[in-house]
Ligand binder design. Sequence first.
Ligand SMILES: Cc1cc2nc3c(=O)[nH]c(=O)nc-3n(C[C@H](O)[C@H](O)[C@H](O)COP(=O)(O)OP(=O)(O)OC[C@H]3O[C@@H](n4cnc5c(N)ncnc54)[C@H](O)[C@@H]3O)c2cc1C
Length: 408
Amino acid sequence: VDVAGIRVAVAGAGLGGLCLAQGVRRAGAEVTVYERDGGLAGRRQGYRLHVDARAGLALQQCLPPELFAAFQATCGQAGTRLTVVSERLRVLKEVTASDPAADRYAPGTLSTSVNRLTLREVLATGLDDAIVFGREVTGYHADDEGVRVRFADGGETSADVVVGADGVNSAVRRQYLPAAEPSDNGRRCVYGKTPLGPDAADLLPAALDAGFTAVIGAGLGMATGLVRFRNRPEQVAGVRLSAAEDYLMWGLAGAGEQFGVPDERLLAMSPAELHALSATLIRNWHPDLRRLHAMAEIEETFAVRIRTSPVIDAWQPSRVTVLGDAIHAMSPAGGSGANTALQDAATLTRALASVIEGGDITAAIGQYEQQMREYGYAAVATSAKAEAEQGTLRNPLMSWLFRRVARA
Ligand SMILES: Cc1cc2nc3c(=O)[nH]c(=O)nc-3n(C[C@H](O)[C@H](O)[C@H](O)COP(=O)(O)OP(=O)(O)OC[C@H]3O[C@@H](n4cnc5c(N)ncnc54)[C@H](O)[C@@H]3O)c2cc1C
């Protein structure tokens, strides 16, 4: 076997696929990422991701040091507390950061936010020759010798390993593990983004200014999170990142019925219609919240169906594998999907690095899959619990608070 020349084909240039590409390339593999979209700056992904130590350690492992430094430089400033407020902005509960002494930007104690496009751009840096945009993977054919990957344009390519990092609607998963199709729990979320120009910044109520806030309305809840860049992405030396401004991300979440329009209609609405609908739904909320909502970049508004992967039995490993949302999609309520996808990328990188050092491909993939199922399914369960308790609350502590507050 030509161990030095292991060729890895990755479907999807999302968070997990790009992090994997960085990691295995550093380990000495030949990697190509096939991305359906024409570029990274696709539509409506301008939201905030919460990142924790899982992401910190994975990125530190997979990225060259200068790119890891660029990630740290472009994170959002860590919030100082979580606040639960009523829709009239009455503060119901405040929680300060658990360990104020911890370095919230260091890999092992990371706890802050990041702008999705900025993170993807950092992850794609240096991979220009390894990413093929506008190429949709439709399936594959695998045998003991290798894998043929098939594309929507009719073309094919061969590889030693194929990784489905193609997200919640994964084509690779659909063929490989059809029982792992995620289900829709009926909850919906309308996301939007309000730039923090001087006017909006002046309007920010103290609760929202502290980082992450859960607004508890009747029926619908809203989560808000600030992204105040530590450094403007476009000003960080050594990388070429798109310009981005500080913003407030907001998400109005609840059971589909709470949105007051038929589901098919909700999911087909234009950004302007979704913005107008959400304005109506919060019309009795505090004027500051309504004004911040009104100042949104309307074109950035979009609706998301919350989907969850089922736990399936362990399968026989092969040269085909999956990572991230393709295999363990989960509610955003846990703030865990991106963190877990990056953790997968780092775990799979270590497994494939052992192949480069002479190990067996399917055994290495089996090892990755065993670990991934364990922490991945645990994250799905934790996120489902957070979602069930209150769709917009971010972690078990917040959910606990919500129950306390709801009882009071
Ligand atoms: C609104 C929202 C807010 C979220 N907030 C958080 C948060 O705060 N913290 C957190 O940890 N997680 C969060 N998540 C979850 C997180 O975004 C996902 O879990 C994460 O992006 C999964 O990474 P991935 O690499 O598996 O998939 P993705 O990042 O979805 O990437 C998949 C890529 O594959 C491409 N693709 C799809 N099909 C094909 C194909 N057939 N061929 C080629 N390419 C294909 C897609 O275009 C995409 O680029 C949130 C999700 C949403 C929707």
